[in-house]
Write a protein that binds this ligand. Structure first.
Ligand code: GLN
Length: 471
C-alpha cells in the first residue's frame, strides 16, 4: 500500500473497509523504514505502540457505524508525528539535544492528548534543530535532516523532521513549533502547508519552551482542509496555559483586500521567490480578490528585536537544565544553545537591560501597533516566507548571522502574535519548492483557511510528492 497523506482519503479507506488501521499504520512504518535512513526526519519511531493503537481503532471500527465512529473520533485514520519538543507520556522526548537524551516524560502535552482522543495515532517523534534553535535542520545532536525534494538541500528548520515526515508521506500530519518561522520555513521548503496560529490559540502545556512570549504550536499537512481539521481539534482554552484565549472571526472572500507590504519585496529577496509570488497575486486577482500596497516601515527592525527578546527568554527557559534539576548540565549544550544563553544573559544584565532588552520591547510595541493599523486598510497580508528558496546543506551553518537572516520575513507574525499560513505554490528551475505566507489579524485562522482553500481551486492545486523513490 502506498501512503497518501490526507485525512479524508484515509477515512474513506477505513470506512469503506478497503484497509484496516493496522494496514495503514504498517504502510507508514514501512515508508519510514525505507526512506528515513537517508532523510533522518525521525528521532524515535513508535513501531509497536502505533500498531497497538491501530488495533484499538480497528476494534472500535468493527463495533460502530460510520456516524458514531466519526463523532467519537473526528480525526480517525490520521497518523501524526510530533516535533521532539512535545512531551509524550512514556515516549522519550529529547528536544534534539543530548542534554535530554534519556528523558521519558510522565505526562503528555495537552495537544497530544487532544489529538489522541480525536483518533490520531502517534507514529513517532521528529528531528529538529536542538531546542528549536535554527533554520535549516542542521543543528540537531541526532544528525542533519535532508530535504526529500533534493537531498543536497536543507528542509528548513527548526521543525525540519515534521515537515519532511509529511512531505515524504511518512505520516498524515505533523505538529511543530514556530517562534520565528520554524513551521512556515520548513513547510515552504518541502511543499507542505504550515500554520503558525495566533499567539495563545493553541495550548503549549507540555511543550518544551524556547521563547515564551513568541512560541506557538502549529501544524503541517498536504492540504488546506487537513490543516483546518487539525486546528479545529487543537485550538481552545486550556486551564493549564494561562495565555490562551479564543475568539471567532470569519470573513467572506467577497470584497476582500490583501495588503502587499513594500518592505517585504525589496533588495535581499531572490527574484525566483518574488516572481512566483507575483504569479500567485495575479491568480487571486483573476478571481476577484483585490490587492493594495501597504507600508510597514518598522518591520525591518523585526529580526534585530527578535534576536534580543528571544535569547533573553531562551537564557531564562534553559536555566532549568542545569544538571541539578534536569538534564546533563551545561557541557552537554551545543554551540548554538550556548551562544543564545550568553547573548540572552548579556542583554538582561544590569546596565545593558535598558539599552537592549527594554529598547527591543519598545520597538516590538511599535511593530504591533503598525500591524494593527495595517489591518484597518486590508483583511490579510501576503509576504514571502524566506529570502531564498531552499539552500544547500552546509551553506550557512558556519555563519550564524547569515542563518539568522533567513527568518527576516517570519519575525513580524511572531512579534505581533498574529496567525500566518505558509502555502505551497510553484517550484524553482531546479525543482525545489516555493510558496508564500498569508498573515491575518489575531484569531483570523478561518479567514486564512478560506483563502488557502480558494487558492487551491484558482491554482488547480494537486498534492505533489517528492521523488524519494530514487533515494
Ligand atoms: N530560526 C529561528 C531561530 O533560530 C526560529 C526558531 C523557531 O521558530 N523555533 O531562532
Amino acid at each position: 500500500m502506498t501512503t497518501q497523506s490526507t485525512i479524508e482519503k484515509n477515512q474513506k479507506l477505513l470506512l469503506e473497509k478497503k484497509a484496516s488501521m493496522r494496514e495503514l499504520v504498517d504502510a507508514y512504518l514501512k515508508t519510514i523504514q525505507k526512506y528515513d535512513g537517508v532523510l533522518n526526519s525521525f528521532i524515535t519511531v513508535n513501531n509497536e505502540i502505533s500498531l497497538k493503537k491501530a488495533d484499538l481503532v480497528d476494534k472500535l471500527l468493527s463495533k460502530n457505524d460510520k456516524v458514531s465512529i466519526l463523532s467519537k473520533l473526528p480525526l480517525l485514520g490520521t497518523v501524526v508525528s510530533y516535533k521532539d519538543l512535545f512531551l509524550t507520556k512514556g515516549i522519550r522526548t529529547t528536544a534534539a539535544s543530548k542534554v535530554l537524551e534519556s528523558f521519558v516524560p510522565q505526562y503528555s502535552a495537552t495537544v497530544v492528548d487532544k489529538l489522541e482522543n480525536a483518533g490520531c495515532i502517534n507514529i513517532g517523534k521528529t528531528n529538529c534543530d536542538a531546542w528549536a534553535h535554527g533554520s535549516s535542520g542542521e543543528n540537531s545532536d541526532y544528525g542533519v535532516t535532508k530535504n526529500p525534494w533534493g537531498v543536497e538541500y536543507v528542509p528548513g528548520g527548526s521543525s525540519s523532521g515534521s515537515a519532511v515526515s509529511v512531505s515524504a508521506n511518512m505520516c498524515t500530519v505533523s505538529l511543530g513549533t514556530d517562534t520565528c518561522g520554524s513551521i512556515r520555513l520548513p513547510a515552504n521548503y518541502t511543499y507542505t502547508y504550515g500554520l503558525k496560529p495566533t499567539y495563545g490559540a493553541v495550548s503549549r502545556y507540555g511543550v518544551i519552551a524556547m521563547a515564551s512570549s513568541l512560541d506557538c504550536i502549529g501544524h503541517f499537512s498536504k492540504t488546506a482542509a487537513d490543516i483546518k481539521k487539525v486546528f479545529e481539534i487543537t485550538k481552545g482554552r486550556d486551564l493549564k496555559d494561562a495565555t490562551l484565549d479564543e475568539k471567532s472571526y470569519n470573513k467572506k472572500l467577497t470584497n476582500m483586500v490583501i495588503g502587499v507590504p513594500d518592505e517585504f519585496f525589496q533588495n535581499g529577496l531572490s527574484d525566483e521567490v518574488s516572481l512566483n509570488i507575483k504569479k500567485a497575486i495575479s491568480l487571486f486577482e483573476k478571481n476577484g480578490v483585490k490587492f493594495n500596497k501597504i507600508n510597514l516601515p518598522h518591520t525591518k527592525y523585526g529580526i534585530s528585536v527578535y534576536y534580543i527578546i528571544q535569547p533573553a527568554e531562551v537564557s531564562s527557559n534553559l536555566s532549568r537544565y542545569d544538571g541539578i534539576r534536569y538534564g546533563k548540565g551545561r557541557d552537554a549544550f551545543s554551540e548554538e544553545a550556548k551562544r543564545r544563553i550568553m547573548l540572552g544573559t548579556y542583554v538582561l544584565s544590569s546596565g545593558y537591560y535598558d539599552a537592549y532588552y527594554l529598547k527591543a520591547m519598545k520597538v516590538r510595541s511599535v511593530i504591533i501597533r503598525e500591524i494593527d493599523q495595517a489591518f484597518k486598510s486590508c483583511d490579510a497580508i501576503i509576504a514571502p516566507v524566506s529570502t531564498t528558496p531552499p539552500f544547500k546543506l552546509g551553506e550557512k551553518i558556519s555563519d550564524p548571522l547569515k542563518m539568522y537572516l533567513t527568518d527576516i520575513y517570519a519575525a513580524t507574525a511572531n512579534l505581533a502574535g498574529i496567525p500566518s499560513l505558509a502555502i505551497p505554490f510553484g517550484f524553482t528551475n531546479d525543482g525545489m519548492p516555493l510558496g508564500f505566507q498569508i498573515m491575518g489579524p489575531r484569531y483570523s485562522e478561518n479567514l486564512l483557511f478560506h483563502l488557502a482553500e480558494n487558492f487551491e481551486a484558482y491554482s488547480n492545486y494537486t498534492i505533489k510528492n517528492p521523488d524519494i523513490y530514487n533515494l
